[in-house]
Design a protein around this ligand. Structure first.
Ligand SMILES: *Cc1c(COP(=O)(O)O)cnc(C)c1O
Length: 356
């Protein structure tokens, strides 16, 4: 069993000893002559937006709203500029350059390895097995070889499948007191599997990433959330720059969490899930498709011998798909993000021509 103190002890000494930047005092009741801001709002911008002012340095209101939404405590939350920033921060906190390593399970999201390379940490691969499940023996080896962070993506990008609960539990046991296990749930809203976020209090060696970028339709505001044991969240708060969440982002996020907006979001998620099934069935019947990966996300990965033709036909209809051919053990592979019913119809029409 992992305790929080032993996970905090895995952090780089420089981070544990770090004295935090002392930002300007936050007291919205007083007029601000203490932070060297302009007293005027930018020309043409509403005074109400207060874009001349620094945002709340540690946005308590937002943490509380996110905590309510994800059904955890505000002390378990850190909000950053997308999950991408949280991925970077976790890597910098837990990996000493030229010594520590991270574990990634390809094919998976590319940022885990990029963040490691930036920090000078080694990247140890424990590739998914042919059925897209975790290779527990390979993961165990990476822990022996000095891994400090184990990146698990569920539902996984680009394959789309959820990782088995029993396998993630096995990884938590393997990693106990030796490495932090991160479950990236960027696509959780599209799956039926329950989130791991309710389990981070009892498993301090586990943290969860959530984002507003996908299901909430807010990729443009850049807002991602770490859900962790309070001791781990506190470490991340030490490192995240002050004012990390821009004021327009904060306001858009709060609006997205209002009940009326969430109700529409849920309807849209349901449409995308139905469209995913419709597209999956149609594509699976196409002669040029060798297989459609089972997906719990808002995209489908297609195995095909003719990826260039697929991409080209889609492009001719004004639709951009993503080529994953030859990446991390994949053969010909194309990832399709589920669009509106109309976009999906146009795609199906465009791809009908592939076989002819
Ligand atoms: C899209 C994506 C993210 C990025 O999320 P942001 O919050 O937009 O930075 C994180 N993880 C995975 C697996 C993704 O596919």
């Amino acid at each position: 069993m992992t305790d929080a103190a032993s996970i905090v002890a895995l952090a780089r000494p420089a981070i544990r000893q770090l004295s935090v930047y002392a930002h300007a005092q936050w007291d919205p009741g007083l007029e601000r002559l203490h932070a060297n801001e302009s007293p005027w709002a930018p020309v043409g911008q509403d005074d109400e937006l207060a874009l001349n002012r620094y945002p709340e340095p540690q946005p308590q209101t937002l943490w509380e709203a996110m905590a309510r939404h994800y059904q955890v405590l505000p002390t378990q939350i850190v909000v950053g500029r997308g999950s991408d920033e949280i991925i970077d921060l976790l890597t910098r906190i837990f990996c000493e350059a030229d010594r520590d390593a991270v574990t990634v399970c390809p094919p998976t999201f590319g940022m885990y390895a990029v963040a490691a390379h930036i920090q000078g940490a080694r990247v140890l691969n424990a590739p998914l097995r042919s059925d897209c499940s975790l290779d527990l023996a390979a993961i165990a080896q990476t822990i022996e070889a000095g891994s400090r962070l184990i990146w698990l993506c569920s539902p996984n990008n680009p394959t789309g499948n959820c990782l088995a609960e029993s396998d993630i539990e096995a990884v938590l046991t393997l990693a106990a007191n030796r490495a932090l296990v991160v479950v990236d749930e960027a696509y959780a809203e599209f799956s039926s599997q329950r989130s791991w976020s309710s389990r981070v209090l009892t498993h301090p060696g586990l943290v969860v990433l959530r984002t507003l970028s996908k299901a909430h339709g807010l990729a443009g505001i850049r807002l991602g959330t770490l859900i962790a044991h309070p001791a781990i969240a506190e470490l991340v708060r030490k490192v995240i720059p002050p004012y990390a969440v821009a004021q327009p982002t904060l306001e858009a996020a709060l609006r997205a969490l209002q009940p009326a907006v969430l109700a529409v979001t849920r309807e849209r998620i349901e449409i995308l899930r139905q469209e995913r099934e419709r597209l999956r069935k149609m594509l699976a019947q196409s002669p040029w498709v060798q297989g459609v990966y089972a997906s719990d996300a808002n995209f489908l990965l297609i195995a095909t011998d003719t990826p260039e033709i697929v991409l080209e036909r889609a492009k001719a209809s004004g639709l951009l798909l993503r080529d994953f051919s030859g990446r991390d053990g994949l053969g010909g592979a194309v990832r399709i993000s589920i669009g509106t019913p109309d976009q999906n119809n146009r795609l199906l029409l465009a791809l009908r021509a592939v076989a002819t």
